[in-house]
Every structure is written in C-alpha cells, then in structure tokens.
Design a protein around this ligand. Structure first.
Ligand SMILES: Cc1cc2nc3c(=O)[nH]c(=O)nc-3n(C[C@H](O)[C@H](O)[C@H](O)COP(=O)(O)OP(=O)(O)OC[C@H]3O[C@@H](n4cnc5c(N)ncnc54)[C@H](O)[C@@H]3O)c2cc1C
Length: 388
C-alpha cells in the first residue's frame, strides 16, 4: 500500500467513525467566534473533533492548528469528505482570508498568537477595507494609523464591514504615511474589536437582515506587533489577501468542504412549477457552465504548487462565481413564476418567501468582493496584459 493509499484508509475510517449523521448533506456551517455560540450540538462536536485533528485547516502546519497535510493528502481528504457528503466544520474570514495571509507574511509571533485560535473556531474576524469614499478605488482610503510607543492609534471610518458587530478581531487597511503616493502609505493592521475605541453600527437591508456595519475608530489601538509585513507596504499584502477571498478555491484551501452538488437542483422546482422548453434550455446551459466552473476549481487546486491560491487569475473565478450564483437565483425565480414574487402573505409558502429574499440578496455577489467591473479590469490588465 502506498503512503497515500494508507492515508486514504485512515482518513476514511476517521470520518466514518466521527462525522455525525446530521452533518452529512446540506445545512449550516459555523463561523466560530466568541460572540455567537454554535447552537447545533452536532455542528459544535464536528467542529471540535475536526479542530482536534487539524482538519479545519488541513494544510496549515501542525504547530498552528492544521494537520500539515500535503496537497495530495488534502485532495484525498476532500474526496473522502465528499464521499459521505460531509459539510465543512468551519468557515469564515479567519480560515479563508487572514489565516492564509498570516501563513504567508506573518511573523512567528503573529502566527503563534492568531492561527491556532482561528483553526479552533474561537475567534471570528472581519475585514476593514472599504470606506465611504474608498470602495473600488480602495487605495483612496483615509483611515489613519499613527505610531505611538508600542501601538498604532487609529482614527477613521470603515463601511460595509461584514459581521463587524459579531466579530472579535479585524484586519484593517489604514494610512500610515499620508504624504506618500496613495498606494505606498498603507499598512495592514490587526486589532481587537472589543475596545472602547471601536464602535459598530449595523446597516439594515431591505430584507430586514443586517449582514454588515459601519465601523468607527476613535483612538482605537492596534499593537505594533500586529502590523502585518513592513509599515507602509500593506497594499501588496492587502491585495494578496483579496486573492484568497476571490479565488473561489479558498473554500477548498481553507478546509471548508462544499457538500456535493445535488444531482439536479432544478428538478424539484420543475416538478412543482413546470418549465417550457426555453427555460429548460437555460437550465441546461447554466448546468454546463456550473460544471465547467467546478472542474476548473478542482483543476486549479490540483495544479497549484503546494496548494497556493493563484494570483490575479483569482478574479476570473470571482467573476464567474458571482455570475453563476445570480443566474441560478434568476432561473429559480423564473421557474416559480408568480410564486417567485412572494415577499409576505398567505398565498406563498415559507420556502417561496425565503427564495424571493435570496433572489434579492444574491444581487450583492457582483459587488461584495470587488465589483464585476473591477474584476474585469484586473483580468484585462494583470492576466491578459492589456494596456491601462
Ligand atoms: C454584501 C457585501 C459585503 C461586503 N463586505 C465587506 C467587508 O466585509 N469588508 C469590506 O471592507 N468591504 C465589504 N464590502 C464592500 C465592497 O468591497 C464594496 O462595496 C465594493 O468594493 C464596491 O465599492 P463601492 O460600494 O464603494 O462602490 P463604488 O466603488 O462606488 O462603485 C460603484 C459602481 O461603479 C463601478 N466602478 C467603480 N470603479 C470602476 C472602474 N474603475 N471601472 C469600471 N467600473 C467601476 C463599480 O463596478 C460599481 O458598479 C461588502 C459589500 C457588499 C455588497
């Protein structure tokens, strides 16, 4: 038996023995953190068991809470998790964004302090990038961080900070040299959200949800040893973090396994609501695009060196995911017809009302991680090498 075959046998046995039945198939995946307890007992048990084994972040080094798996071992683990349709134990910006960034650029002390709690799902992170006048043009950000003895003192405002009111720590881009050209005076800092200098104000959406906040810094403190990379060189590191966010393989790389796609997610809807041939054609084309996307995703992982997230090509994955998710919701709304317009009231089932809200909420996908126009600009300039 080769070493990889042996690994598969052991991983399969461990999964069969430990994955709770209710974790197999669609369902919620914990984001972790101190502020929201994981209510689902099985999800909590699954998280703790996987964390103990290093399987929340399988490719991270063991000393930082991972399992130290090679890429090939990791791909086998993914296959074995898919075989039993196991959900991932943990998701979020810790394992997906700042974790990989610290693995790449963090000091030994930063890795030791921050990575193990991320891997155990103890700390939830949020992303302090966008500001009222700095979204697509992120380098225009004005939040200031001034060095003072052992700390940076931060003043300014962020906006659209997802989960800020439920997060424990933030990774934040701030201006540390206002006189330098705009891309050159920015630093990436880590700061504790539970301090008097940080206030969050949830932004309410039309759906009634508040997935993100305005975040205000009023002499907020970040320790100097929580500066990631050199001072004033945060732009390049902050951009690299965005590549982890956009690659669409962070789900795989971060250890969060998507459940196997349903055989045909549209079939039940067609049975209930019917579909004419034009709509059926749309579904077939969508399914083909989705399949091509998933295969590309797997190929990127298989071809990547040491499981590294790709560079600017990650914008292609982000663009396609956003389009596919919107197309999926659009087709489902068309299938439901009038029943796909339910906002409230007795004429609609709970599932139909939820689907309408999902249809609107998914519109955010082509803005949230950098708009589709911005992704196209990156692809044109950085992948295809077209002139500015
Ligand atoms: C659901 C959601 C969650 C988010 N979570 C976070 C978060 O956790 N942390 C965080 O920091 N930010 C977050 N954001 C903010 C997000 O990154 C910004 O909304 C995004 O970068 C766009 O910035 P903006 O909203 O300021 O729009 P603008 O930059 O003002 O853009 C407005 C329009 O102009 C277009 N445009 C702008 N510049 C160009 C150009 N050069 N070429 C072509 N078109 C252009 C854009 O495509 C867009 O259509 C989130 C946003 C959403 C919707």
């Amino acid at each position: 038996m080769t070493a990889l075959e042996e690994f598969r046998t052991k991983a399969r046995a461990w999964l069969d023995q430990n994955c709770p039945q209710s974790i197999k198939g669609p369902g919620g995946v914990p984001v972790g953190g101190k502020k929201l307890a994981v209510k689902d007992v099985d999800a909590k048990r699954w998280l703790d068991l996987c964390a103990g084994k290093g399987y929340t972040v399988p490719m991270w080094p063991k000393q930082y809470g991972g399992a130290g798996l090679s890429k090939d071992e990791y791909l086998i683990l993914l296959e074995e998790m898919r075989r039993i349709n196991a959900r991932s134990p943990l998701q979020g910006m810790g394992i997906g964004l700042i974790g990989p960034t610290l693995n790449e650029f963090g000091t030994a002390d930063q890795k030791q302090r921050h990575l193990p709690p991320i891997a155990r799902g103890e700390i939830r992170w949020c992303q302090g990038y966008s500001e009222p006048n700095a979204g697509s043009d992120l380098a225009s950000l004005q939040t200031r961080a001034v060095a003072d003895k052992d700390n940076f003192i931060i003043n300014g405002q962020k906006i659209w900070t997802s989960g800020a009111d439920r997060s424990d720590w933030m990774f934040c881009l701030a201006r540390t040299d206002p006189n330098a050209p705009k891309h050159e005076g920015i630093s990436l800092l880590l700061l504790d959200m539970d301090q008097p200098g940080v206030t969050t104000r949830p932004i309410r959406l039309i759906s009634g949800d508040s997935p993100f906040c305005e975040t205000f810094f009023d002499n907020a403190i970040a320790r100097k040893d929580d500066l990631v990379g050199p001072k004033n060189r945060g732009w390049a590191i902050g951009k690299r973090l965005l590549q982890h966010e956009r690659s669409g393989i962070r789900i795989l790389m971060g250890g969060a396994v998507k459940t196997a796609p349903l055989k045909n997610p549209f079939l039940q809807l067609i049975k209930t609501y019917g579909a004419d041939s034009a709509l059926t054609n749309q579904i077939i084309l969508h399914e083909m695009r989705d399949k091509a996307y998933r295969l590309t995703q797997s190929r990127i992982v298989a071809e990547s060196v040491d499981g590294q997230t790709p560079g600017p090509q990650s914008s292609i994955m982000e663009l396609v995911t956003a389009e596919l998710e919107k197309e999926d919701a659009n087709i489902k709304a068309l299938l439901r017809g009038f029943q796909g317009l339910g906002w409230e009231g007795e004429g609609f089932t709970e599932a139909e009302i939820a689907a309408t809200r999902h249809y609107f909420s998914v519109k955010r996908r082509s803005i949230a991680r950098g708009s589709n126009e911005v992704q196209r600009n990156i692809i044109a300039k950085r992948v295809l090498g077209l002139p500015d």
